[in-house]
Design a protein around this ligand. Structure first.
Ligand SMILES: NC(=O)C1=CN([C@@H]2O[C@H](COP(=O)(O)OP(=O)(O)OC[C@H]3O[C@@H](n4cnc5c(N)ncnc54)[C@H](OP(=O)(O)O)[C@@H]3O)[C@@H](O)[C@H]2O)C=CC1
Ligand SMILES: O=C(O)[C@@H]1CCC=N1
Length: 273
């Protein structure tokens, strides 16, 4: 299978994360194109990897094997209308990473025969440890499905979901999830500073604790509750903290926050579809 030419439309946070991961994984930068209205965004991207910076979206998508639409949901309809004629040959796989934009809307804007994969990635793709979920329209061929998987596999783990509706809870989980952990770490650092630690010391200890906990969860064959139990000495400090979290409703808080994210994805589909 030859290396596909991949065109990114929109070169912001998420595109830069996936491009960084792809290049690190050995995808030739010269087979990656990017278009974005901001020249400085493209310059920044080209400084990290010599991808082909394009003057406009149509220059980027012309003849590409895969087009990755990495623009905000609000501009997706306009972007699709602009590039639809260039995709009319029917050979291009379109991957949309936009939250809450349905396949039905995409097919309406790009044409019913366009092969489209909806994907929900996350920003750790930049480090090759992203988590992406994918859902393919019926028009996607086996080879195009392999391309989509290999692009996202290059930047982390991938999961194909069984129904498009599953992408809403995925968005609430792994799409938005890095921000939840950043918020939790910010809160831990602030609490430690409040208790008297210097901020840089608190920051280093927090980040390493998060990395260590994540690696233990990934690399041990015991479940999370058991790992937590092993930290929690009876009558000790962890028990005091965990009981405080539980009695303050941490689980309900997390549930409500993730419900809000999934609801927002569904509302965006209605607003922008
Ligand atoms: N950030 C994340 O963690 C995740 C984001 N997503 C999805 O990825 C998509 C992109 O998000 P993100 O990378 O954060 O957004 P960014 O705003 O960082 O990137 C989008 C880029 O596209 C540019 N753009 C605007 N209009 C056009 C146009 N007509 N043609 C080409 N480029 C254009 C934007 O410019 P300008 O700034 O002027 O608008 C910006 O540079 C969104 O749909 C989001 O839902 C999915 C998973 C995770
Ligand atoms: O906040 C958002 O809407 C996007 C989708 C998931 C992460 N960022």
């Amino acid at each position: 299978m030859s290396t596909p030419v991949i065109a990114f439309v929109g070169a912001g946070n998420m595109a830069a994360s996936i491009i960084g991961g792809l290049v690190d994984a050995g995808h030739p930068a010269q087979r990656i194109r990017a278009a974005d209205p901001h020249a400085e965004t493209l310059q920044r991207l080209s400084a990290t990897a010599p991808v082909i910076a394009c003057g406009d979206n149509n220059e980027a998508v012309a003849g590409a094997d895969v087009v990755i639409l990495a623009v905000k949901p609000q501009v997706m309809a306009t972007v699709c209308a602009d590039i639809a004629p260039a995709l009319a040959n029917g050979n291009t796989l379109v991957i949309s990473i936009a939250a809450g934009i349905t396949l039905e809307s995409m097919q309406g804007w790009l044409g019913e025969t366009t092969a489209i994969v909806r994907c929900m990635p996350n920003t750790p793709a930049l480090l090759g440890c992203g988590a992406s979920a994918l859902y393919a329209s019926a028009q996607v061929s086996a080879q195009q499905q392999e391309w989509a998987a290999s692009i996202l596999d290059a930047v982390g783990i991938t999961e194909w979901v069984e129904s498009e509706a599953d992408l809403d809870p995925v968005t609430a989980l792994s799409g938005s999830g890095p921000a939840y952990f950043f918020l939790f770490m910010e809160a831990m650092i602030d609490a430690a500073v409040e208790q008297g630690l210097p901020r840089d010391t608190a920051t280093r200890l927090t980040l390493q604790t998060c990395l260590g906990a994540s690696r233990m969860a990934l690399e041990n064959e015991v479940d999370l509750a058991e790992l937590r139990r092993r930290v929690t000495s009876p009558g000790g400090t962890t028990q005091a903290a965990v009981e405080s979290f539980e009695s303050s409703g941490l689980r309900d808080l997390v549930g409500s926050a993730m419900q809000a994210a999934a609801d927002r994805a569904r509302a965006m589909a209605k607003e922008m579809g």
